[in-house]
Design a protein around this ligand. Structure first.
Ligand SMILES: Cc1ncc(COP(=O)(O)O)c(C=O)c1O
Length: 383
């Protein structure tokens, strides 16, 4: 922060403009190239991005699609999931996770999360499978979410999935760029879906997403489904699909952003660790298990219920935005009240919903600005 910056100037929660300044005219030039060649749909940048994304994470196939939600829907369609099928998913996530399941006519069965990582609790998953069987649903798939950018524990989940013959879908909308025991997100589970919503660690300038898999047949199916079920003959659509394509302009933006992404991941990690050092004595700060690497889509602390809302109000008055992800778990939202939950309920999910608060987090948060946020948090909590 330079000495002319006002100490109470409002801060952004995510500073997309700082990234744009860093990229200079590269994005403008990339967009202009598309505007000039006019291949707005399925243009060459889409294929170039798909190659770059696959190389980045090591997956055999990367398929650009229209959003993270559509990525999940396309994956479920390709796996043939539908009426009578149970898909196990957390409730402590964005609604799109369960929404995609309901959209294909299947039943989301909600699973609790672990207090330490906010990710799927394998014991609760086992209890949810029992519930589905009791309800005469077919246990088909577990949809794993890597909340706030931290991978879930895939080894523990895979053991249960193998026992019950479940496919593992990674809803990696928040975690593209993260690592799990030296493997990048995109390689976990049978198939991975991510989002390029602008606020995501790797975001475009509108809606966008991608699917990753090593399975050639599944990849070919998703390519067809994202383009209305197209076959080899363009006038013979061979299955019911949808319009789920990634715009060429968004691909062009992402190609440029992906080049600086490794550097941004490092910056996010440095900033998150610094928050942990400066706040670890006054709040429950996020921990990254050994062998895991978070991409810090959010930096989320926990406070005893009752302290959170006053903290948010005090920070807001000082121009510091915060967010609550997620104050109402999906299974408590109107559209999802009728869906089953694991035996024993979701007590951790409900506790976290009352305690979490996310602080500004992006790769361009300088130390002085971070100090201002930390001092405001400490002041508000009287510490
Ligand atoms: C966990 C999770 N799943 C799915 C989505 C949906 O992504 P999109 O907004 O690109 O449709 C999001 C986006 O916020 C998300 O956080």
């Amino acid at each position: 922060m330079n000495q002319h910056t006002r100490l109470d100037a409002p801060l952004p929660f995510i500073d997309v403009a700082a990234q744009r300044r860093r990229l200079g005219t590269r994005i403008d030039d990339a967009i202009a190239r598309v505007v000039n060649h006019c291949q707005f749909i399925n243009g060459p940048e889409v294929r170039e991005l798909e190659r770059d994304l696959a190389a980045f994470c090591g997956a055999r196939h990367a398929i650009g699609v229209s959003s993270g939600t559509d990525a999940l829907v396309l994956v479920l369609m390709a796996l043939g999931i539908g009426k009578g099928d149970a898909v196990f998913c957390p409730s402590f996530t964005f609604a799109a996770t369960a929404e995609s399941v309901a959209l294909v006519g299947a039943t989301p069965v909600f699973v609790d999360v672990l207090e330490t990582t906010f990710n799927l609790d394998p014991a609760s998953l086992s209890r949810a499978i029992e519930v589905a069987t009791r309800l005469e649903l077919r246990p088909k798939t577990v949809m794993v979410v890597d909340l706030f950018g931290l991978p879930a524990d895939y080894e523990a989940i895979a053991k249960i999935a193998r026992r019950h013959d479940l496919k593992v879908i990674d809803d990696a909308a928040q975690s593209f760029g993260a690592t799990y025991h030296n493997r990048k997100i995109g390689m976990m589970g049978d198939v991975t879906a991510t989002s390029f919503f602008p606020a995501k660690p790797l975001g475009c300038y509108g809606d966008g997403g991608a699917v990753f898999t090593d399975d050639d047949d599944l990849a070919a199916l998703i390519v067809s489904l994202r383009n209305h079920g197209a076959g080899a003959d363009r006038y013979d659509n061979i299955r019911i699909g949808m319009n789920g394509r990634l715009d060429t302009i968004q691909a062009a933006v992402l190609i440029e952003k992906l080049r600086i992404f490794p550097d941004e991941i490092e910056a996010r990690d440095r900033i998150a660790r610094r928050y942990n050092e400066l706040l670890g004595d006054i709040a429950t700060v996020p921990q990254v298990p050994a062998g895991f690497g978070s991409v810090w889509a959010q930096y989320t602390i926990r406070l005893p219920a009752g302290q959170r809302d006053p903290l948010a109000a005090t920070l807001r008055a000082q121009g510091i935005p915060t967010a609550q992800y997620y104050p109402r778990p999906t299974h408590k939202q109107t559209a999802y009240l009728a869906y089953p939950v694991a035996d024993g309920g979701l007590p951790v999910t409900e506790m976290l919903a009352a305690e979490v608060i996310s602080l500004p987090m992006h790769a361009y948060l300088d130390a002085a600005t971070q100090d201002r946020i930390v001092m405001a948090v400490r002041g508000a909590l009287g510490k």
